[in-house]
Design a binder for this molecule. Sequence first.
Ligand code: NAP
Ligand code: MG
Length: 476
Amino acid sequence: MTVPDLIFMDGSFRPSSSGHRAKLINPATEQPFAEVAAADVSDVNAAVESAQRAWEAGWRDLTPGRRTEILFNVAGKLREHVEEIAQLEMLHVGKPISDARDECALGARVFEYYAGAVTKFCGQTIPVARGGFDFTLRQPMGVVAAIVPWNFPFPIACWKVAPALAAGNCAVLKPASLSPLTALKLGELAHAAGLPPGVLQVLPGSGSAIGDALVTHPLIRKISFTGSTENGRRIMELASRDLKRISLELGGKSPNVVFADADWQRAAELSPMSVFANTGQDCCARSRVFVERSIYGPFVEKFVAATGKLVVGDPAKAETQLGPLVSAGQRARVEAFLADARKRGSRFACGAGRPHTKGYYLEPTVLLDVGKDDRCWREEIFGPVVCVTPFDEEAQVIREVNASPYGLSGSIWTNDLRRGLRVARQIESGVLSVNSHSSVHAEAPFGGFKQSGMGRDLGMAAMDGYTELKNVYVEE
Ligand code: NAP
Ligand code: MG
């Protein structure tokens, strides 16, 4: 397999200007397997300036029909290469291959959705009081920066880049240092599918080295960021200087609320993967499970049994459900949370061990009796750890769910439809599902309340976020 090891600018690969390189380590083997270029500030400036030129020279003014055609061609090219992209994704982040295939196919579907959206995203005519003719235009901004994390590198890159381009912008994509390969592949394949040079630039490189330069570059009109709350806060501060547009998709501590009137056996079977999928490195992970007290004991028993059956191991095997954590550092971070839980007297119903001698693996861990002030209850762990707690009343559980500063995702299990709707309305969260654990649909808005962020990815809402709204009035 060829691993792209350069930066992608103006439609071709080239070395970074500094010649800096970074080693990639396969988290399943702990072995270095490739070196990639690391962009520096002069690469950022060159990439943004040439994206601006590509915008002015044509992408901005392309007919909607032609833009649709190109984006459909990109989607088609991605579909042809799903297996290759999935293999790269597995290699650098340790993602189980079955999940990687699904996520890479989702990336292609996102391009299809936004290729179609180009000709369906429109303004309004408004009957203003004084008469005349009033209408709105949705106009592209210019060059946008897409900053992407390592947990779902390829789909998140697609769901930022595709709507940005569909709305008529050019994009500079910065993947996470741990996972640049599939972003570079996206640049290469999009260009091969007919995307003009400069419309999508891909800059692998460290966020601490080039993040500020990218965010503050005067030609960057919008920053779309997914990652930690800490970096989201910093980007918001930097963007405030020039009042840049931002969308932030940050952390979560999502609830999974199981009422006694639900098909709770099914909920107990399905819920482990709602927190342990992607080895818990998921901003939507349902890491706080609230169970109505009358079914708490049997629910926990079934939940722990289902957790014990999860297949943790080699991500290359089709049956693997949990691969390793992404890095030694991420595992150490999660284990520090577990040490805190131990110190505070939480009960470990299962997990917490290292199941393999090589690779950054960690067993899925179920914690009981976690104090509501403990770190494990309050903070995003971003690893395979869940806290399960009983509750007595609907009003109480809503209060406890909403006590978190986060509000990204969550699930409600009940067979009482009125209760499902009532509770869904009251939970402070951008995304919820009833009797399901799904959070992400290409067609529906995705994003958070409170400290989980602002703005929305996906659906037509993302197109709003990559455009400025202009009102035009014509006197009659
Ligand atoms: P992160 O540092 O916020 O990384 C996200 C992206 O931001 C990466 O591309 C990163 O680049 C970049 N970045 C880092 N510093 C930057 C800066 N000063 N300016 C602009 N961009 C910058 O997140 P992380 O360190 O990988 O993970 C830490 C924690 O964040 C996790 O444990 C989890 O709690 C949370 N997280 C949430 C999500 C989510 O989906 N909401 C995803 C990932 C992480 P580099 O990789 O080069 O640093
Ligand atoms: Mg970081």
